[in-house]
Write a protein that binds this ligand. Structure first.
Ligand SMILES: [Zn+2]
Length: 263
């Protein structure tokens, strides 16, 4: 059909622009939520010299490159997450759109919300070793609500069992580690995050996410020769596992089954 290719390119451009603008807002969330500052009034100023950031210094992706990652006034380093999130948000949304056969469906909006919360949680946990309730609790609720809608990909049964089994599995793991080794393993934030992932991805998704995230977390621990006494954030790995499942889960499971000739 003539013209349809043009439409698709227009969709991609729209998603990219929206993605960078949303990413810009997620950066405000990443720096303010752990400090309990309102995210509603994004009057941004440099944390070092307090100079107000001009709108033309606040263009997603481009400003960071032009300013070489430094404040225009005092030269203080701007944290790399500002650049990464403004770039990753549109890329992940585009990959999601493509993986769903380029349709603006309920499933697209469902996972666009998950990706948004996921990016914010990823960086807050990475920097501060916390996963705020004000992010995970609404996320659990949103995941369960989506399972009640028609034309969605995970049934309410799968979503509720996914949320509950994730919650119980992590709670049990935390209790066992605490009782036997007197060690903190999974925090309360991780337990609520896995429940949210279960609510979004259902039973198979949670199984994949737990296995996949544990595998890459272990690999990273070994590569970094991580000191066991130091805190180690597990949230970012759970987010990566969930994102891999959302964007490529079906193809990966198919590949695995084919490799081992299971069907
Ligand atoms: Zn400054």
């Amino acid at each position: 059909m003539p013209g349809s290719a043009g439409h698709f390119i227009m969709f991609y451009i729209i998603i990219f622009i929206f993605g960078t603008v949303f990413g810009s807002f997620f950066n405000v969330c990443i720096s303010r939520i752990p400090r309990n500052i309102s995210v509603v009034f994004p009057d941004s100023s440099c944390p070092s010299c307090k100079a107000n950031i001009k709108p033309y210094h606040n263009i997603p992706i481009i400003s960071y490159i032009l300013l070489k990652g430094k404040c225009a006034y005092c030269g203080a380093k701007i944290n790399i997450h500002y650049f990464l999130v403004e770039l990753l948000t549109p890329i992940l949304l585009l990959l999601l759109f493509i993986s769903l056969d380029a349709q603006f469906s309920i499933v697209f909006f469902k996972y666009a919300i998950f990706i948004s919360f996921g990016l914010i949680i990823f960086f807050i946990d990475l920097y501060h070793y916390i996963i705020p309730d004000k992010l995970t609790l609404p996320l659990i609720l949103i995941g369960l609500l989506f399972s009640l809608l028609p034309n969605t990909d995970v049934s309410w049964m799968s979503a509720s069992i996914g949320a509950l089994s994730g919650f119980l599995l992590f709670l049990l793991t935390a209790v066992i580690f605490q009782k036997t080794l007197r060690k903190d393993s999974l925090g309360g934030g991780d337990i609520k995050l896995i429940a949210a992932i279960g609510a979004f991805l259902g039973i198979w998704g949670i199984l994949f996410t737990v296995l996949f995230s544990s595998l890459i977390a272990l690999t990273v621990l070994l590569i970094l020769k991580h000191d066991r006494k130091e805190p180690f954030p597990f949230g970012p790995f759970l987010i990566i596992g969930a994102l891999v499942y959302i964007l490529a889960g079906n193809s990966l499971i198919e590949l695995y089954l084919r490799l081992f000739n299971i069907y």
